[in-house]
Write a protein that binds this ligand. Structure first.
Ligand code: SF4
Length: 417
């Protein structure tokens, strides 16, 4: 069967092409995905074991409509109830799930919807994740913003009224080291009240340093919790090390970060098991670090440059809606982010039910906020996008649309004193 993830590679040298081909076809050519690389910190924690024990035991075909009804009628949602809500047996109960989710959301978040924007400051990457447009073998325009360019992009974004920014890099320590990211956080702190990071996982002391530079929270997508599938999708680079990535949020909290965010990339593997794992990852860490702010995202695969065949397979909007409602019912206090990977129509609907945070004014390219917001290009040069977005509404438009639904858009809910 054709591997939908493998991209065109005519641009590569014969040597690189041969290495890429060997990585794709010969598992013995790949390093172990369970062994830590030099310099990676190993922490003592039972969270992974607890999450994976539940995931391994999750046979969703066993749940019935009766289990789903019981889950919806109970006051609190247990892990078993949550499993029933994620099962195919829950699909006919989507309306009832949405009503319960809506109730929980309004109980804990009122009618507020938080807005933020991502800023990609670099797109160099040392990893070969076969489904991603930034992967080291994809033929794209690479770029890393200078500090002057970063500040300029931030100024442009801040002028739009945005108060929260999520800084992203590709995963290259060599091109975007921790000091570079730290400086970007310091600059962000001048313009924004809330600063998030979505970068390669680092050690506890590095998270501490980034927090001191101004970062409030850290997002790490595990992509898939199915470690066997993970091995076949992340063929090269530090990201191959599955357990180091799993413990990233815990290291971030130990390093002093205020919040952490979790997600699987739905569509890479069995989405029901990945949804269970993502939520339990947040659940067990919340019990261990009660002061931490937790949030979940629910991205589905999107097409990338040089491969528009990539799509979320069996995770259709109905399934996505089921997952988001199940998250809300199981973890009523946890923030749920829905990114611009999803359409405006879907996002307009889901913020009325369960999602509490959406991105606006989104670009996944490098240095193109200037052109998107003002029509001018950054020194005539831009880096390519990580994936195609489905909702390109500006902050202004999102703000108006959310208000029009009778909800309250919120730009920031945190004050440093
Ligand atoms: S998913 Fe992240 S680590 Fe993997 S290739 Fe893309 S940017 Fe790099």
């Amino acid at each position: 069967m054709e591997n939908q993830f493998i991209i065109d590679s005519e641009h590569l040298s014969p040597k690189a092409l041969e290495k890429k081909h060997r990585l794709e076809t010969d598992p013995s050519a790949r390093k172990s995905h369970m062994e830590y690389l030099p310099g990676m910190e190993k922490i003592e924690s039972d969270v992974c074991q607890r999450v994976m024990a539940q995931v391994d035991a999750f046979d969703y075909s066993q749940y019935t409509g009766k289990d789903v009804k019981a889950a919806l009628e109970g006051d609190a949602c247990s892990i078993e109830d949550f499993k029933a809500l994620l099962s195919p047996a829950a699909e006919p109960f989507l309306e009832a799930m949405a009503q319960r989710a809506r109730l929980e959301t309004s109980r804990h978040f009122g009618n507020t919807v938080y807005l933020f924007t991502p800023l990609y400051i670099a797109n160099y990457c040392e990893n070969y994740c076969v489904y991603c447009g930034f992967n080291c073998y994809n033929n794209i325009s690479r770029m890393k913003l200078t500090f002057e360019q970063i500040e300029h992009e931030m100024e442009v974004i801040a002028k739009s009224g945005m108060e929260e920014i999520l800084i992203l890099t590709g995963e290259s320590r060599a091109k975007s080291d921790v000091a570079y990211i730290g400086e970007a956080c310091r600059l962000a702190r001048k313009y924004f009240r809330m600063v998030g990071l979505e970068i390669y996982p680092v050690n506890t002391e590095e998270y501490r340093y980034l927090h001191e530079c101004g970062a409030d929270y850290v997002t790490v997508f595990q992509e898939t919790y199915d470690e066997e599938k993970y091995e076949t999708l992340h063929l090269l680079g530090h990201k191959r090390v599955w357990p180091y990535r799993f413990d990233a949020q815990e290291r971030a909290l130990r390093g002093g970060m205020r919040g952490v965010a979790f997600s699987a990339l739905l569509g890479l593997s069995d989405f029901r098991k990945d949804a269970l794992a993502s939520a339990l990852h947040a659940y067990y860490l919340q019990r261990k670090y009660p002061q931490a702010e937790m949030s979940l995202s629910c991205p589905r695969l999107r097409p990338i440059i040089n491969n528009d065949k990539i799509n979320p397979q069996d995770v259709h909007e109905k399934q996505l809606c089921q997952i988001v409602c199940a998250y809300r019912i199981f973890l009523p206090f946890v923030g749920i982010t829905v990114s611009s990977r999803e359409s405006a129509e879907f996002r307009n609907g889901i913020v009325k039910i369960a999602a509490t945070k959406v991105s606006a004014g989104v670009s996944t390219g490098i240095g193109d906020h200037e052109s998107k917001y003002t029509g001018k290009e950054l020194d005539g040069q831009q880096g390519d996008e990580q994936f195609e977005i489905a909702d390109s509404r500006s902050l202004d438009k999102m703000y108006r649309d959310i208000s029009g639904e009778g909800l309250q858009p919120v730009l920031n809910d945190y004050l440093y004193v």
